[in-house]
Design a protein around this ligand. Structure first.
Ligand code: ADP
Ligand code: MG
Length: 602
């Protein structure tokens, strides 16, 4: 009787499976473990993670690594994925003339027009004009309200802009109510004496005058040419609770298209060139036309050139490959990036069109022998490199109840989406495509403007809820959950991510619906499109309908909605797909490691 281990080293995760073989040669599965991969896949830095995973799994059966007779590591697919993104248009707003933002608590509602002045200047002015009043931080709400109440008897003040977070406190003390915007950080940068408009939306609404170019045109009597110039401003106001628009005489705004650049895709037989600003669809069409791809280049001096260079440089570093790094597949996705507005007064951003790209590099051959040698030296256990990743994954997937040969798998990982078909004769056809879990996290992070990868990863993995009172939340599926103990007041009114352990507040002003929409559409763009792309390439005669049933494996198959989206799409082609359940106990995890043990027995 002996103990054996199977080890799968992935871009993100290292998984092991432990079994024993009895004297009759029968295999029994005993335990498993998974840890984050240490270092770049295919390098000796992986050994630390492997040893750790082996210890965890052996510990579960009260044994140690010394009890192992053999460790089988797979001939890992030599693919490494990376992602990058760039804007393809840019709005430049000079002479900063706008503030559109979402303070938590503006006060009042409506529109106020007038010349904008600090509160202390107004009494020196004539009273035949309308004014908008600025209140700097050093004046507190009581003092401000007293002064305003006196001024408003003589002057027509139509709106108030406050630097601190005291809109509501001030509003409550006013005799005459006007719209108030607060939390305007750089109030001192506002050009004094200019004509301005303040808009505050009623509760539960977003502004609708300043976010409409014709709305701005009617307020300022703009002609058609001038109206064209305010379009980017209106655009960046869309969705705001409040906005301030100041017309400076020299102020100008222009939307400048940066040279997004051209992508050259080299196929084995064809070469295609495609302008990146035509969008992801055209880029992917070009990729399909030239497939199989042997390399991709971006026009130098343009955004796409910069992106491709960055990816190649990164891959070069990772692989330590002295040859030139060649990109073997890309996935392009249309997206939006919030870009800081130049000269912004309250941290405003404008949403710009962008393209996200995941690229995949095939290295010659991963030096698995180095890993095997080091692992063998460190553990004293015989280490064998055995089996091709796609075959092992298919074998492992076959332990899912309800499956049989021929079987197709979709391995939804971090850096790549892999697909394989294994038939009764044991032949395997497989592909590796760029774009997987990491790309989704990156797109969620940028499209929602989070600047926080951990939060983006959590938004990807867990459903949302809105904390409606200190004792109840409404989940995204509309269910309501009640609590006996009050929730933290910090969560009140917030959209939160419901992880198994905690509620994590999302501290920007996006609605729950918006976040859900972005999350779902990104998952759709990456995995559903990639599933079709991958399966079309391995399907017998290129026909999807010739594909037997499909088992989803890999970390991203754990996702709470991706398997449903893929099932929905594939069912249009009369294909059944579903999340794997390796050995009827691992869910979609551990397929390769399990296959490594099965192939030993077989
Ligand atoms: P690899 O085989 O390349 O090491 P994995 O199969 O471990 O990759 O998949 C890693 C990916 O799976 C990561 O992008 C990670 O975000 C994603 N992932 C892991 N758990 C979950 C989950 N519960 N829901 C959604 N995605 C997940
Ligand atoms: Mg994997």
């Amino acid at each position: 009787m002996k103990y054996i281990a199977g080890v799968d080293i992935g871009n993100s995760t290292t998984e092991v499976c432990i079994g024993h073989i009895n004297d009759k040669g029968m295999l029994k599965f005993l335990s498993s473990a998974s840890v984050d991969t240490t270092g770049t896949k295919g390098t000796t830095a992986n050994v630390a993670g492997i040893k750790n995973a082996l210890n965890i799994a052996m510990n579960k059966i009260n044994k140690t690594s010394n009890d192992l007779s053999v460790i089988r590591i797979n001939e890992a697919a030599p693919v490494i994925g990376d992602t990058a993104m760039e804007t393809i248009t840019e709005t430049i707003i000079t002479e900063s003339t706008m503030i559109g933002h979402n303070p938590d608590t503006p006060a009042g509602a409506g529109i106020g027009k007038g010349y904008i002045y600090p509160i202390d200047d107004i009494e020196k002015l004539s009273n035949n004009k309308q004014y908008i009043c600025l209140i700097p931080k050093h004046i507190n709400y009581e003092e401000a309200a007293n002064k305003l109440n006196i001024l408003m008897k003589k002057y027509e003040i139509t709106a108030i802009v406050i630097q601190s977070d005291e809109a509501v406190l001030t509003y409550n003390r006013l005799d005459k109510k006007v719209p108030i915007v607060d939390e305007v950080k750089y109030i001192d940068k506002i050009p004094i004496g200019m004509k301005a408009v303040v808009e505050v939306a009623p509760q539960g609404h977003t502004i609708n005058k300043l976010s409409n170019p014709y709305g701005i045109a009617s307020i300022f009597n703009l002609n058609a040419d001038e109206t064209k110039y305010v379009v980017p401003i209106a655009k960046s106001f869309v969705g705001s609770r409040s906005a301030i628009f100041i017309r400076t005489p020299k102020g100008s705004v222009k939307e400048q298209a940066i040279k997004a650049g051209e992508l050259t895709i080299y196929g084995e037989k064809l070469i295609e060139k495609v302008q990146i600003d035509l969008g992801a669809k055209e880029v992917m069409k070009a990729c399909n036309n030239v497939s199989p791809i042997i390399d991709v280049e971006g026009e130098s001096g343009t955004n796409i050139g910069k992106m491709i260079d960055e990816i190649k440089k990164n891959m070069h570093k990772l692989t330590g490959n002295s040859n030139n790094v060649k990109i073997r597949d890309i996935l392009a996705v249309d997206t939006m990036i919030p870009v800081d507005v130049k000269g912004a007064l309250a941290g405003e951003v404008s949403m710009e069109n962008a393209v996200g790209i995941a690229a995949m590099v095939k290295t010659e051959h991963l030096p698995m022998e180095n890993i095997a040698n080091m692992l063998q030296k460190d553990t004293g256990v015989y280490v064998k490199i055995a089996g091709v990743e796609a075959v092992m994954a298919s074998l492992g997937a076959l332990t899912t109840p309800g499956t049989k040969l021929p079987i197709a798998i979709l391995d939804l990982g971090g850096g790549s989406t892999d697909a394989a078909i294994l038939d009764e004769s044991g032949t395997v056809k497989s592909v590796h495509l760029a774009g997987a879990g990491q790309l989704i996290t990156m797109l969620i992070n940028t499209e929602l403007g989070l600047r926080d990868f951990t939060l983006a990863e959590n938004i990807k993995r867990h459903p949302l809820a809105k904390v409606e009172s200190l004792f109840h939340i409404r989940m995204e599926n509309k269910e309501i959950n009640f609590y006996g103990e009050p929730l933290s007041p910090k969560l009140f009114g917030k959209v939160v991510v419901l992880t198994d352990k905690a509620m994590i507040p999302i501290n920007n002003n996006l609605t729950m619906e918006k976040i859900i929409e972005v999350r779902k559409s990104i998952k759709q763009k990456v995995f559903v499109d990639n599933a079709i792309r991958a399966l079309t390439q391995i399907a017998p005669n290129g026909q999807l309908r010739n594909i037997p049933n499909i088992v989803l494996v890999g970390g991203s198959a754990l996702d709470f909605e991706i398997p449903d989206m893929i099932l929905h799409e594939l069912s249009k082609h009369k294909i059944v797909s579903g999340r794997g359940n390796i050995r009827n106990c691992e869910g979609p995890r551990n397929a390769v490691a399990t296959g490594l043990l099965m192939s030993y027995k077989g």
